[in-house]
Design a protein around this ligand. Structure first.
Ligand SMILES: NC(=O)c1ccc[n+]([C@@H]2O[C@H](COP(=O)([O-])OP(=O)(O)OC[C@H]3O[C@@H](n4cnc5c(N)ncnc54)[C@H](OP(=O)(O)O)[C@@H]3O)[C@@H](O)[C@H]2O)c1
Length: 319
């Protein structure tokens, strides 16, 4: 068979012939892969920089996908481990690591959408328990996960969703996905503070894909825009596109009712993820969520991996 193959952490995977995988126990099953998304998690695994990834080479990248089992059942599945990924003609997975696809589900859309969508779906249902009518701010809303978070927060009952990002064109499109107000992160600190005052005063839940320097700039403005410092503010850390570390003034935690939580592999149990992803697949199959997916032949993996379009649309490789 053919697969994307990472042989060095400092270059893109190459399309290469490799041995067919085999199930080595009754707990494993072979999947005929139909589509696998190029998510940031996949990139960090392929560059050896993800906290939960293998550092042994060579490896096949890919954390999830859609495919068909030997009995013809269409499934969404997660990779066996970080060395035996999903960007291949065939892969082996654990029997408990797949979910059936509804008949209406499009294989490319599901492969593109589950990873970015679960980044907000799971914590809004399992970590922060979003209440109907609450005010939400999505920080880093211009990416695939941020665009999903805007839609999902609305779908789960948020009363107001503000979307913050730095790409002007994609920011301007977010109201079509449900954003009630947008905040440009491209301006000065005082411009950001004014836009937060206008569009995100009294925010109750922040869904943060940025961390790093953007958090340091935005947090003081969010706290300053609260009419009651005792009103709960839940900060959900999901991604670190703005940097892996952020300096947090201790006074922020004494002067406001601020709670910081994370969501990801480890912070949420596998059982919770499985339950929530099944519900999420139903939403995606029903057409409730929009994602800008770009299907690409897996044979083009090396050329497309670092291409500009792969940073603005969710590339999905098809074997
Ligand atoms: N914990 C979880 O369960 C989970 C699940 C899925 C994803 N994630 C994480 O969530 C993050 C976003 O994922 P994604 O799928 O949305 O990625 P994506 O589609 O590649 O989008 C990333 C976005 O981040 C923006 N960005 C990068 N640096 C920025 C900065 N300094 N200031 C403002 N915006 C910045 C980019 O905007 P520009 O165009 O302006 O560069 C882009 O819109 C990643 O860190 C990913 O690993 C976490």
């Amino acid at each position: 068979m053919h697969a994307a193959l990472v042989t060095s952490f400092d270059r893109p995977p190459q399309y290469a012939a490799v041995d067919d995988p085999v199930a080595t126990s009754a707990d494993e099953v072979v999947v005929d892969v139909r589509a696998a998304g190029l998510h940031p998690r996949v990139r960090s695994g392929a560059s050896g920089s993800h906290y939960a990834s293998s550092t042994a080479l060579p490896l096949i990248p890919g954390v999830d996908g859609t495919g068909v089992l030997a009995d013809g059942q269409r499934v969404y599945f997660a990779a066996l481990d970080s060395a035996h990924g999903t960007m291949a003609d065939l892969t082996v997975i654990r029997r408990r690591a797949y979910l059936p696809l509804p008949d209406t589900a499009d294989e490319v859309t599901v492969a593109a959408a589950v990873n970015p969508a679960m980044s907000s779906w799971v914590p809004l249902r399992r970590r922060a328990a979003l209440q109907p009518g609450q005010r939400v701010l999505v920080l880093g809303a211009t990416g695939s996960a941020g665009q999903m978070a805007v839609q999902i927060a609305k779908r789960l009952g948020a009363g107001w969703v503000a979307a913050a990002g730095r790409d002007a064109e994609r920011l301007a499109a977010l109201p079509t996905l449900g954003a009630d107000g947008v905040i440009s992160l491209a301006g000065s600190d005082s411009q950001i503070a004014a836009e937060i005052q206008k569009n995100a005063a009294d925010t109750e839940v922040v869904i943060d894909y940025l961390w790093g320097a953007p958090l340091e700039r935005v947090l003081p403005a969010i706290l300053a825009a609260r009419s009651d410092p005792g009103q709960p503010l839940t900060w959900l850390h999901i991604g670190a596109m703005g940097g892996p570390e952020a300096s947090l003034p201790s006074v922020a935690l004494r002067s406001h009712n601020l709670t910081i939580l994370g969501s990801g592999q480890g912070a949420v149990s596998t059982a919770e993820f499985v339950t929530e992803i099944a519900a999420l697949i139903d939403e995606i199959a029903a057409g409730a969520l929009t994602i800008d997916a770009l299907p690409v032949p897996l044979s083009d993996v090396e050329a497309v991996w670092d291409s500009p379009v792969s940073r603005t649309r969710r590339v999905v490789f098809q074997p």
